[in-house]
Design a protein around this ligand. Structure first.
Ligand code: SAH
Length: 410
């Protein structure tokens, strides 16, 4: 590990020199510099902690180096870093304090504790699901054994969980040239539990499911949607029933906003089986349909089916910039069908979790859909991810989720 300011010729520390474009990115307080902006490397190795220099050799700070990613360095400090595991533990405590001190987590025992760059811990995601904590490691530097040990020790001390589970993203490990690993417990003996979000109970299995098991970023949007939802409701792309269950269970105490029926649609059978179990856990039976939501919406709209509330929360259509046009066409089609099927006064909750689709793009695509459907939409709320998923203003990638709540009129 590099000592504080010890640039001796014999003990050359890993360092990288950046082009002026790379320096400009850091000055704009974006932590990533691409490989094309690294003009010189010394002593770097996979995951090393590197001193970052400008073209003239001026010290700019410390970064985590990746030997394989296009993102060659991710800044972790504008000063020197003598001990990365200690820094990671300190930042982890700071992430917990940020959420507590600002009262960001209310009405839930499931929330994100560390969101990578947005908590100044590039490549680390930590979620809490009641007494089970999940860890996802996405960069070479975070995968180093001493860093892993520091993460586990700090989480045990701060949160006293019954179990810590690692969720492995195999594709990312491959991209980062990290040896394959499988998901599984890394501490303790508990990997599944029951969580409570906004008074709705859900099963959580740390070894199954998508992302880290649930879509915690939508948690506050579930409650917001339930506030306006009424009548017959359709939750397309329902996964394990996050929106559907809230619509059925969390209507505000004063009618008229209340759902008479809620149907969830998803193409994943395991997700629907979990959704059904979740409904039973809350003493409800809802309708779950296994189908391609595009086909189902097309079929229902051709058959003149009508709803009072529709939720659209599809998977990210634009994983890269190149997919943007196709993604916008996908959002347009879905939103057009939903708008046509909504009764006057109906509520559309429509989401995009593609970072490459900006807020402006998404608003435009929904507006275009309204125009094609010959309807007017009023925007009740323009929401993002729950507050435990911080948005770092200078890092647009952290503002990836759009959730519009709209009311339809003829
Ligand atoms: N609203 C959910 C998250 C949805 S994630 C929540 O808050 O928990 C996107 C979901 O879309 C996944 O469950 C995935 O299985 C499903 N999906 C992907 N393609 C689909 C398609 N063509 N038709 C229906 N569901 C689809």
């Amino acid at each position: 590990m590099p000592k504080k300011h010890a640039p001796s010729a014999q003990h050359a520390e890993p360092s990288v020199k950046l082009s002026s474009r790379g320096v400009a990115r850091l000055q704009a307080r974006h932590p990533w510099v691409y490989r094309s902006d690294v003009i010189e490397e010394k002593e770097t190795s996979p995951g090393s902690v590197v001193r970052v220099l400008d073209q003239r050799g001026k010290f700019l700070g410390t970064a985590l180096y990746s030997s394989s990613s296009q993102i060659a360095i991710r800044m972790v400090s504008h000063g020197s870093v003598a001990d990365l595991p200690a820094l990671v533990a300190e930042r982890l405590r700071a992430a917990i304090a940020y959420r507590t001190q600002n009262n960001l987590v209310t009405n839930t025992d499931a929330y994100r504790i560390v969101f990578s760059e947005a908590d100044f811990l590039p490549g680390l995601i930590v979620d809490r699901y009641s007494d089970v904590v999940t860890v996802q490691i996405l960069t070479q530097a975070m995968d180093a054994a001493p860093v892993r040990a520091a993460i586990i020790e700090c989480l045990r001390e701060e949160l006293q969980p019954a179990g810590i589970v690692e969720r492995v993203d195999g594709r990312i490990r491959e991209l980062e040239h990290l040896p394959p690993r499988s998901s599984g417990p890394i501490w303790g003996d508990r990997s599944s539990t029951v969580i409570n979000m906004n008074g709705v109970r859900c099963h959580y299995d740390g070894l199954e499911g998508q992302k880290t098991g649930a879509f915690l970023d939508q948690r506050e949007n579930y409650a917001a949607a339930a506030q306006y939802a009424h009548g017959e409701a359709l939750d397309a792309f329902c996964y394990q029933g996050g929106f559907a269950l809230h619509l059925a269970l969390c209507s505000p105490p004063d009618p008229p906003a209340k759902c008479s029926s809620v149907t969830g649609v998803d193409s994943s059978r395991p997700a629907l089986e979990m959704a059904e179990k979740n409904a039973a856990l809350n003493g409800r039976e809802l309708e779950w349909i296994e189908a391609n939501a595009f086909d189902l919406l097309r079929e229902y709209s051709a058959a003149n089916r009508r709803y009072d509330t529709i939720i659209l929360d599809p998977p990210p259509f634009a994983k890269t910039k190149r997919d943007l046009e196709k993604a916008l066409a996908g959002y347009k089609e879905l939103n057009l069908r939903a708008i046509k099927m909504l009764r006057p006064g109906g509520i559309l909750v429509t989401c995009s979790c593609s970072f490459h689709v900006s807020a402006a793009d998404f608003l435009k695509v929904v507006a275009d859909a309204a125009q094609d459907a010959h309807k007017s939409l009023r925007l009740i709320e323009h929401r993002g991810a729950a507050k435990d998923h911080p948005v770092l203003l200078n890092v647009p990638e952290t503002r990836y989720l759009q959730c519009l709540i709209l009311c339809v009129s003829d």
